[in-house]
Structures are given as C-alpha cells and as structure tokens.
Ligand binder design. Structure first.
Ligand code: PRP
Length: 205
C-alpha cells in the first residue's frame, strides 16, 4: 500500500488533476467529505488529507510514503527524513518580507512577525541582521499595522492581501511551489511503485 499525504485547500485543488493524469483518482469527492483517508481507483494507493504543515511530518516518520508539500512548509520543517525528487510547479508564489507602505526601518533590532520562524531566523542571520521573532499562526498582515512588529515574513501570491492592508512587499526570500516528497526508507523498500509515480508525474508536470 502506497500512502500519499496531500495538503488540503488550494494545493489539493491543483494536485488532484495531476494525480488523475497519472491514473490515480479518489473513490469519492474529497472536498465534499469530512473524511481524512480516501481509497482510490487503485487498490494499492490511498490518500490522506492533512494541514499543510503536517505533511512533512507524516512523510518524515514514514506514516505516509509520499507527500505533496509547499516549498515554504518544507523549508520551515527542515527536510529531515525525506527526499524532494520533483518540483510539481503548482501553487506558485513567493515568500517575502513586507511592511507598511513607505515605512523605513528605524529600529536597529527589527521585530518580525511570522509563522515561518525557522526560515526567518536563518534569513536574517545570513544578512547579519538582529531580529526579534514573534510567532503567529495567521493574519500576519495585522502585525505591522497594529505595531506588533516592524515586518512580516509571509507568502505573497497576487499581492492583494498586502495591498488591501496598506502593506508592501520588500525582499524575496524564496520562490515557492509544491514539491513531491518521499520518505527515505519507503524509497528503498517500495522503490518500484514510487519511482514509477515520480516518473509519471515528471512527465505531466
Ligand atoms: C496566504 C498568505 C497571505 C495570502 C497572500 O494566506 O498568508 O495572507 O495568502 O495571497 P495574495 O498575495 O494573493 O493576497 P492563505 O489565504 O493561504 O491563508 P493562511 O493565512 O491560512 O495561510
């Protein structure tokens, strides 16, 4: 049995057509169900639907053999325990710093609010900038407006969310897209079907 962990939401919507093109379709409408585990047309493949930030963890521990995860989430997780053999080129966006439009950095020691604390720690350290990190779980855009922080580190797609809140993007930390990730032990033990899945997906990406 091959267990594939998928990220619910926008990534899922873009992943299902890819899986369909390689001959894997869920037995029922995932969007219309509260279930978390789904059988597929292939008796040897099942899907589990997770929060994005949990996909690398399930694959790291081999609970899922394979996963589809945003590069942002993979970077924040650190990537231990799995390979990242394929860029699926879906859910593309950028991970950026942002702040209030027109605001200059006045503080020597920046306060940065983000859910990507590991990425942010690494990014600012590389630049030799001292920052105080504040972990948030959503609505990061509020932090600079309400003066909880000087900057945020967040995903920017259309830029509409920043604009609607009077913010502007500053620096790009990374270009993001979703990646296929594979548990290291599964890659050895279940080599043939996983290698087939990777090459089939590579052909349709
Ligand atoms: C992301 C991100 C921004 C928004 C950017 O949030 O945190 O808020 O999308 O997209 P835009 O540039 O097209 O406006 P998402 O809607 O994924 O929800 P989340 O905060 O739960 O991650």
């Amino acid at each position: 049995m091959l267990t594939i962990a998928l990220t619910k939401g926008r990534i899922l919507k873009e992943t299902l057509p890819l899986l369909e093109q390689v001959g894997i379709t869920p037995e029922e409408d995932i969007a219309a169900s509260r279930k978390l585990v789904f059988a597929t047309n292939r008796s040897d493949v099942r899907l589990v639907i997770l929060r994005g930030s949990d996909v690398p963890t399930f694959v790291q521990f081999g609970t899922a053999d394979v996963g589809v995860s945003g590069k942002d989430v993979i970077m924040e997780h650190g990537g231990n325990g799995f390979y990242e053999p394929l860029d699926l080129k879906i859910a593309r966006c950028r991970l950026m710093t942002a702040t209030v439009k027109g605001r200059d950095d006045i503080n020597a020691r920046l306060r940065v609010a983000t859910k990507y604390v590991n990425i942010a720690r690494h990014y600012y350290a590389e630049q030799g900038r001292q920052v105080e990190l504040i972990k948030l779980y959503g609505a990061m855009e509020l932090a600079p407006i309400m003066e909880l922080a000087d900057e945020i580190v967040d995903i920017v797609d259309t830029g509409n969310t920043l604009k609607a809140n009077g913010l502007e993007a500053r620096e790009t930390i990374a270009d993001i897209s979703s990646r296929l990730i594979v548990n290291k032990a599964s890659m050895k033990l279940n080599h043939a079907p996983i290698q087939q899945l990777i090459s089939d997906l590579a052909a349709v990406v």
